[in-house]
Ligand binder design. Sequence first.
Ligand SMILES: NC(=O)c1ccc[n+]([C@@H]2O[C@H](COP(=O)([O-])OP(=O)(O)OC[C@H]3O[C@@H](n4cnc5c(N)ncnc54)[C@H](O)[C@@H]3O)[C@@H](O)[C@H]2O)c1
Length: 422
Amino acid sequence: MATTKRYDVKDLSLAPEGVRRIMWADRQMPVLTTIRERFEREQPLQGRRISACLHVTTETANLMRTLKAGGADVVLCASNPLSTQDDVAAALVNDFEIPVFAIKGEDNDTYYSHIEAAVDHRPQLTMDDGADVIGVLHSSRREQLGDIIAGMEETTTGVIRLKAMEADGALAFPVIAVNEARTKHLFDNRYGTGQSTIDGIIRATNVLLAGKRFVVAGYGWVGRGVALRARGLGAHVIVTEVDPMRALEALMDGYEVMPMAQAAPIGDIFCTATGDKHVLAREHLSVMKDGAIICNTGHFNVEIDIPALQSLSVDTREARNFVEEFTMSDGRRIFLLADGRLVNISAAEGHPAIVMDMSFANQALATEYAVQNAGSLEARVYPVPTEIDEEIARLKLETMGIDIDSLSEEQAKYLASWDEGT
Ligand SMILES: NC(=O)c1ccc[n+]([C@@H]2O[C@H](COP(=O)([O-])OP(=O)(O)OC[C@H]3O[C@@H](n4cnc5c(N)ncnc54)[C@H](O)[C@@H]3O)[C@@H](O)[C@H]2O)c1
């Protein structure tokens, strides 16, 4: 069903603050700025309709500006009901003439109606953070599948789903897995999420991390960033894992490793970062200490079994913004942050712009690549081409004023040989 609204944001009068903050972020996104300047000259996306479903933040606003500068006709909706920055949404509509469908705190129905509104744009390219637009196109909007040149996917959870669709033969168009670029997950997932997750926990609770037992579930790129930064603030970090290789890495990185059943009764703060379901389950919630703080920084709000928490509790109240207090029948209290949604984007501002610079440079260049190769890509999940990934790393170093060595002719020859130096 086609929507009638041209946009749906909380309050257009918030736009001036949004513009100020978008410009602040832009100063820390020099790689994206370089791409935007080239896009303006070359118009590689001329006339292409793009529906983007991303966290509506200042950094995303700068990506949207870049796509538009390249000639694209873009609309944006939120990839999470709690992550929208309402001033940014207002500024995009008011000052940058980019339609946005996103309101912070929107209910589930509104959230999905906003995705539908983005799909009403009849995209030729999609840009997802969690595969929601692609999900809608493959279910209720199959008649639009033929319009799509390609999709871009930002996060681990989305890529996992798309690879499952590919394996089932269900994927109808090519998708570029932006998350797989090294200039994305090595920095965004690790350092961006690491810092902003701790920021979200602190903004929500103002707790001191020093001396606390901080339990990180999952030692992937996100988990290792969170563990690193929690340790940096003096927490005693415990890691839980299901993958022996990653558990071993955590152990040798100096963390305590144990099953969640063992960590649950001793942890002070718990943060899930697995992309998996019910990692903090009823049996764990049942044995946590009074005052335990629990939160999630994985993509969906399924990592903590919230229905179990609700059924175990006899009373709930809002203790602070983004902090819900659950009182158990034995008097223990458990504090859930940001409804179990991504704590870094719900209770703080998400990743710093300097990191998103690389993630969104990948988005912009992957989109250009998809247009250049329209028709020759199959309905598969593709990595970002290595040349793009390496070019972004080179540009990033250059904008940071860092020089590196290059191989001498002798070294290049030596490294390519097999008969020298025995
Ligand atoms: N908050 C953010 O801004 C942000 C940013 C990037 C990624 N993400 C999301 O964070 C999640 C993790 O991403 P990643 O890149 O670290 O993924 P990853 O695949 O590198 O790591 C996930 C880890 O969790 C482990 N795991 C799975 N089930 C587990 C369980 N039951 N108990 C303990 N460990 C378990 C896996 O073995 C793996 O090592 C994904 O949902 C991703 O989409 C969030």
